[in-house]
Design a protein around this ligand. Sequence first.
Ligand code: SAH
Length: 367
Amino acid sequence: MENEENLQIENTLSTEAKKKITLKGMTIEELKNYFTSKGMQKFRAEQFFYWMYNHLTTTVDEMSNIPKTIRNEVREEIELQTLNYFHTEQSESTKTKKYIFVTNDGNKIETVIIPEETRTTLCVSTQVGCPLDCQFCATGLMGYKRNLTSGEIFDQFMLAAKDFGKEKITNIVYMGMGEPLLNYYNTVKSLRIFSHEITKGISYKKITVSTAGIAPKIRELADSGLNVKIAFSLHSCFEEMRTKLMPINQKYTLKENLMALRYYAKKTATRITFEYVMLKNLNDTDKDIEALSKICKEIPSKINVIPFNSVSHMNPTGFSAQLESTSKEKIEEFVAKLRDKNITVMIRQTQGDDIAAACGQLANRLS
Ligand code: SAH
């Protein structure tokens, strides 16, 4: 009987929770609609926007310039926080910090802060897991649950900023779990929130969206006026090898993506970053250098060479289990040969691999 009662209370609670209106993640326009639908003035939208996204407030009680009558009217029906801290880990070798957050429906996602000498970068997730099956990526190996909402993308910033210091975060990269361009709607909404003048947040120039290559969405982003930077996970310049490594290449081919990227670079007057994970014998030969330099000459770009981070913690099988990183010496030789051809190349230093927070290592069990 007692158990039944508990169950009933739980059910009521969860139905009530579902009924709440999540303001976190709403744009100014959406907030205006909410307040006018309640017969309140439009400028309340700007006030809420400021409190939620600039002041990082999570309760109406802190919103001191909003009359108590209004606070009381909305308090019970709105939700201002979409994530909670679950666990944090600090790297011993670098200052990289990994956060595991839990969503209101019990999913865990990961966010990483990477402090460097001249900047501090926040790496956000856009999906719970990832539907792409990139053979070298731990997130892909864990499977896919759902898209994150714009509120959940923002709240990764909110919670990390509260812990780390908002002012210290200078850059945001959409390189955590998931494929941002397969969650285009919420990704774009979160980008608009981060860069809004009321938020006093991060300028578009300091935000990078990384994609495995969803060509039509690259074009749509180019036309959106957002002018964020794009990083493209290239990894091989040859269709066949790229498809083997990244099955999504079958649907949106490299050729189609390169055309979309050229369009993006022209339309936004930005340089594309090509991300290139070094995989022994698969993409590290002289033939690859030739093909890479040809692409870089055709599209304003630079290359970020990334040593392959092990995904052995996911117990991969098949092709995925055979992947090995190119040796350090060979990577340096590869980079030197590209630089000889006047290509801009950076080697991305591995950050946080001791806490499985490095590129491509983010994964946990789906609940
Ligand atoms: N889906 C997006 C963003 C997530 S991956 C994309 O594909 O770009 C972020 C970056 O980490 C990508 O460049 C990805 O190719 C890289 N990455 C994935 N697995 C990796 C691994 N095991 N070692 C190093 N980099 C990896």
